[in-house]
Design a protein around this ligand. Structure first.
Ligand code: MN
Length: 287
């Protein structure tokens, strides 16, 4: 059975002790197995408190990260690449410190609209940086998931095929593809082929609706997607992502262009999403 996760951005926009406890309690109450933390600003997070709260509520965790243009391994500028590598190393430390085993997201790129196509040299720097990160992650029992995102959020990995080529070049068993239905809806031909192509190299999944609101209220073909996951025997985490201007993270909200209010009641949203994912998976396994 897949661990069902929820992005902390559904609950909170900052990691004060009070908000940290709130997010953990809400995640457990809504029936989830896992909470995903944004590692964009690790200085805001108290890892000891997170670890304690995970144990208290019987939860697992994952951390996700997208790089920024001033600290980006997908760059020709060695100083920018170095800062990107530092950011990745810090995020990996956070994963270890909270007792987690998944570091996912746009680890290979800044999250944002690039001014042009990726260059050969920038891509080579990204491959080398992920290979180095993978070696450190391996020693700590951490799996990396490279999230395939839409063209407005990276110029490097927009499709599963591009990601699989990148994984071949990295050549490390603990680096996997991370699919997200929100991005797939923009870039992929359908919701079946990417899952089939990734096969056992699929390591992490985000489910998000086409507008990142309530699951089932947009255009994503979740029936096909969950059927593909079931057919592929995917057993990894499935994490619900949804963003609304109702919860504002000072770093993440602007990066992800969260300009609209898609929900106010995050308890209802989270319960609905958990039921939706569980029901879809259940039905897919019966077919
Ligand atoms: Mn995502």
């Amino acid at each position: 059975m897949n661990p069902i996760g929820i992005h902390a951005g559904v609950w909170i926009g900052d990691w004060s002790p009070e908000r940290t406890r709130f997010a953990m309690r809400r995640t457990a109450e809504a029936g989830y197995d896992l909470i995903e933390l944004s590692a964009s600003d690790v200085t805001a997070i108290d890892p000891a408190l997170v670890r304690e709260q995970l144990v208290e509520h019987g939860l697992r965790a994952a951390a996700s990260l997208g790089l920024s243009f001033d600290a980006d391994v997908n760059s020709e500028d060695t100083a920018v690449v170095r800062r990107g590598q530092d950011k990745l190393a810090t995020a990996l430390d956070l994963v270890t410190d909270i007792g987690a085993h998944h570091l996912v997201g746009a680890l290979y790129s800044a999250l944002g609209k690039y001014p042009g196509q990726p260059t050969r040299a920038a891509r080579a720097n990204a491959v080398a940086a992920i290979r180095e990160l993978a070696a450190h992650a391996e020693q700590r029992g951490v799996l990396l998931g490279l999230e395939i995102v839409n063209r407005y959020e990276s110029n490097l990995l927009n499709t599963t095929r591009q990601a699989l080529e990148f994984l071949d070049d990295v050549g490390a068993d603990n680096v996997t593809a991370h699919l997200d239905t929100y991005h797939m809806n923009i870039e992929e031909p359908d919701f079946t082929r990417p899952v089939r192509e990734a096969g056992d190299r699929l390591g992490y999944v985000h489910v998000g609706e086409s507008h990142r609101g309530y699951l089932g209220s947009g255009t994503v073909d979740f029936r096909r997607f969950f059927q593909s996951l079931a057919d592929a025997g995917y057993a990894g985490p499935i994490t619900f992502e949804s963003f609304s201007s109702a919860v504002v993270d000072p770093v993440l909200s602007d990066t992800l262009a969260v300009w609209r209010n898609l929900w106010d009641d995050n308890v209802d949203l989270a319960r609905h999403a958990h039921r939706f994912i569980t029901d879809e998976l259940h039905a897919a396994r019966q077919r």
